[in-house]
Design a protein around this ligand. Sequence first.
Ligand code: GLY
Ligand code: MN
Ligand code: MN
Length: 435
Amino acid sequence: MAVLQQLYADHLRTVRERHDLVLAEHGFDHVVIYAGEQRYMFLDDMPYPFKVNPHFKAWVPVVDNPHCFLIYTPGQKPQLIYWQPIDYWHKPAETPSGFWVEHFDVHIIPNPEDAQQYFPTNGRTAVISEYDSQGNPEALMHHLHFLRAWKTEYEIECMRRANELGARGHRAAEKAFRAGESEYEIHLAYLRAASSTEEELPYGNIIALNEHASVLHYYQHDRERIDPTRRHSFLIDAGAQFNGYASDITRTYSKDEDEFAQLIGAMDAMQQAIVAEVKPGVNYPDLHLLAHRKVAQILKDFEFVKELDADGIVQTRISSAFLPHGVGHFIGLQVHDVGGFMADKSGKMIAKPEGHPYLRLTRVVEPTHVFTIEPGLYFIEPLLADLAKADAAKHVNWEKVDRFRKFGGIRIEDDIAVTQNGHENLTRDAFARVS
Ligand code: GLY
Ligand code: MN
Ligand code: MN
């Protein structure tokens, strides 16, 4: 924790400096950031899982307590308005403690209404809240979101730890798959090993056996075990959070040492070849286009496509039927972190390459950016049905494609932090530490 304490102090200095700059530039004297309120189900007293405002957790590692506020006036110590009800129905939040508390004036409030007495009464206040229609000044938000792309050392350390938790979960999940467990059982094994509740995950676990792997966001957890003769493959996309920072990790396994296992090996090698390209100055969309060329080459090498070379497979959009998502996205306080398209602090956007509508990151790579690299190759029924009707269908080896539908597909996903000269693979390093 000593390391984290020092890193956090530096992080907070950066967060303060960013707010000093942004408030001054947009004509504000204070910022008030609302953590968010507890929402309830319609006609019920059952709460939804609380998901904190990412702007709030950028300041304080408090992710599970609604009705709190962060109030900051440049030049002054930030104030944390901390909700701690007197309640015998629920367990109130613990009194704040730990390495970060000394940096704040903490005011405990028993009732949400009590927060108002601390709000600034002079000058102009920028309010950042998911509820306040008067708040979230657009230009100020763009500027803060643009700056979020450069992670502090503390943030990268939190993501190292989030990757380590995720890697532990992934190891246990693979073991559960090899033991023949159901998707639901694998999910439980993951949660236990990653030391997470379902609500603490940065996104819903994707635990997909067989053709379920072809559903990009498959969130069901089938309860039934599949007998060994019908169990072929396993795709798991699952992360974890540490102090509010996410990891986002995908691995794919074949049950047998078969051709699908070789295809996974080829995808793993190509993913690492793309990661090897990551360094400052690279245009991220070029990595996406590189993924298409590499998937095309694999489609050719494994004889899913005949006659055409890799360029032809990309040009005829055959590769898009097998890889229909972006090769990655920023990650940080949010698993799909903000600012991926921003050309500058004004909110001007950098367009996606034509024909690639699902790419979420179009910026040039810079030191301390953190993003995923997650190429895939899938056998997706509706996309293959469209391809079968297209002119390019004549180039496809349908007999072979049909034999692979039962495997669903492959995705390999790591989280990459950009360094001064290259990159750090937060995910592979984490797997190496836990094995
Ligand atoms: N797990 C969500 C994603 O990979 O983007
Ligand atoms: Mn991802
Ligand atoms: Mn993912």
